[in-house]
Design a protein around this ligand. Structure first.
Ligand code: ADQ
Length: 526
């Protein structure tokens, strides 16, 4: 209810900003335009919210700049009529504005590849050895964050009645909240007409969800730009992390890393430059009903049978599955080490279980990622060479595209899911696996380094990804678990992810926004 009140109060003043765009338009040579709709998960969930309120979504127009810039077309209304994205019924069938920012090659390199993904990503995952020095790239990161801030200010200013709500996402936009504050009340975007370009006294509420971990102060202090990052993020009214651990680390960083802050650890607030930033935990969920439907679809059933057949996996062979972007934080190499140890130390599992790893290529232009892909392949080959027989493979590895339905089918087919990141903000695969489970549910093996472990760890089989021996023993436990125990755990896991699904997360975040906004006289909650 909070949620709907807030949305109707914000009205078309709801502005979302994220690096990735929800819809991608491709412009064919013949002038034909094709549209990719958002895949499942957060983007699809937010898309539904946006369609209820007719707001503005600002994102990098990755991949389509050339054609669109020629048309001068940086703003589109989405979803386009009759597009595939227009399939939902109910109250979520409106449209909203998608404002794309075109970045040149240098900006993409500096902002996206260097600062976001070779400084902030490894820093926040405590992979200091992988952090590159950023030099000139920092200028690009600042400039692009400034462009986002300009676009947000312009979008917020078009709202005539009420105080807009701006919702930012993730580590690509750490400086944008402060830049936006700096622009408010001053001339916006150089449109030339000072009077109409002002936000006219509007005091937008800024909320920011940070999807990756916040590292300990001891790790964060290694960042030369730590002061600027904190100053940027403290332009928000609300800052949301997945779990309380990250909130505590952020508060500690704000306390130690920036002059002029007053941190209240009990209240979870930071006072800085005349503003209070509230820091809250809200563990993100998945669209449970949608995933269940997908797992039960004809396509999923077909995929399961075809997958076994095409990969030469016998009908009676049990399956363990891993699904990840090929990122060094996901622990795929450690997982393969653990399976190798399992087959060596517990030979009764040879010929009985096949480990299926679905890996999606990611950020391959970055050397650490290209190396990682090579290491995964080498580990797969090593385990295969050591144990494969004529009619059994220990590991099946694929980087092929798998549809959402196919993935849900694979989850349902699997006797265990192995989710073993070395560090992960939340990890949605763990929840998707539980959501897809049917009458004969499997076992979730989960790293204690995932945010998801804070909510699901009690009923999962916990592993520490670097403890190869313990990991192998845990895999043996999971494969040998008595049916009653397996069902008891699966039921508890299912209850947990149903209670805290994606809609519930959206409600929690927007509810927290409403409380923060009403406390400082922003977006009304009535
Ligand atoms: P990611 O690091 O991308 O997200 P994750 O939470 O695991 O990690 O989400 C990955 C998503 O991609 C899942 O929905 C998964 O189903 C999908 N996916 C992966 N491989 C796929 C494939 N081959 N085919 C189809 N789909 C595939 C970041 C943080 C996480 C945090 C999320 C959300 O790093 O910690 O949980 O944001 O906040």
């Amino acid at each position: 209810a909070d949620f709907d009140r807030l949305l109707s109060a914000a009205g078309d003043g709801l502005v979302v900003a994220s690096n990735r765009q929800p819809y991608r338009h491709d412009y064919g040579d013949d002038g034909e335009v094709t549209v990719d709709r958002p895949a499942g998960g957060l983007t699809a969930g937010l898309d539904e919210v946006m369609r209820r309120v007719d707001g503005t979504w600002i994102a990098w127009g990755d991949g389509e700049a050339d054609a669109a810039v020629v048309d001068g077309d940086d703003t589109v209304s989405v979803p386009p009529e009759g597009s595939e994205g227009d399939t939902d019924s109910g109250d979520a069938n409106g449209t909203y504005t998608l404002r794309r920012l075109w970045l040149d090659e240098d900006e993409v390199q500096g902002y996206y590849y260097e600062v976001a993904n070779q400084v902030l990503w490894p820093l926040c995952h405590a992979a200091l050895g992988t952090v590159e020095s950023c030099g000139d790239a920092w200028t690009d990161y600042r400039r692009v964050n400034g462009q986002f801030a300009d676009a947000m200010a312009a979008a917020a200013a078009t709202d005539a009645d009420g105080d807009p709500l701006v919702w930012l996402h993730d580590y690509h936009l750490a400086l944008a909240p402060r830049r936006l504050r700096d622009r408010l009340g001053s001339d916006i975007g150089g449109r030339g007409d000072g009077a109409t370009d002002r936000t006219a006294g509007a005091d937008p509420t800024l909320a920011h969800t940070w999807h990756i971990p916040w590292p300990s102060w001891d790790t964060f202090r290694a960042c030369p730009n730590r002061g600027a990052l904190l100053d940027g993020l403290l332009g928000n009214d609300l800052l949301v992390f997945h779990v309380p651990r990250y909130c505590e680390s952020f508060l500690r960083s704000a306390d130690r890393g920036l002059d002029g802050t007053a941190v209240d650890f009990d209240a979870g607030t930071v006072d800085y430059r005349d503003r209070t930033t509230t820091v809250r935990a809200a563990p993100m969920g998945v669209p449970v009903d949608r995933i269940r439907e997908q797992a039960e679809s004809m396509e999923a059933t077909g995929f399961r049978a075809a997958f076994r057949k095409n990969r030469g996996i016998d009908r009676d062979t049990r399956l363990a599955v891993g699904v990840d972007r090929l990122d060094y934080t996901k622990g795929v190499v450690q997982r393969l080490d653990a399976f190798e140890r399992l087959f060596a130390e517990y030979p009764e599992h040879r010929g009985e279980v096949t480990f299926v790893q679905v890996g999606t290529e990611s950020r391959s232009a970055i050397p650490a990622y290209a190396d990682y892909q090579d290491r995964v392949e080498a580990a797969v080959d090593r385990v295969d060479d050591r144990f494969a027989t004529d009619d059994w493979r220990p590991v099946v590895y694929t980087t092929d595209y798998v549809s959402d339905e196919g993935l849900a089918g694979l989850y349902r087919e699997a006797d265990l899911a192995v989710v073993s990141p070395v560090r992960d903000g939340m990890n949605l695969v763990a929840q998707e696996y539980v959501a897809a489970g049917g009458d004969d549910p499997g076992v979730l093996v989960l790293s204690d380094q995932a945010g998801a472990h804070d909510t699901l760890g009690e009923w999962a089989v916990s592993v520490r990804p670097h403890d190869t021996e313990g990991f192998a023993a845990a895999l043996d436990d999971a494969l040998s678990m008595p049916e009653r125990e397996r069902r008891r755990r699966a039921n508890a896991l299912t209850d947990s992810i149903e209670d805290d699904d994606l809609d519930s997360w959206l409600g929690d975040v927007l509810g927290a926004v409403a409380r923060v906004a009403s406390a400082d006289g922003g977006v009304p909650t009535r």
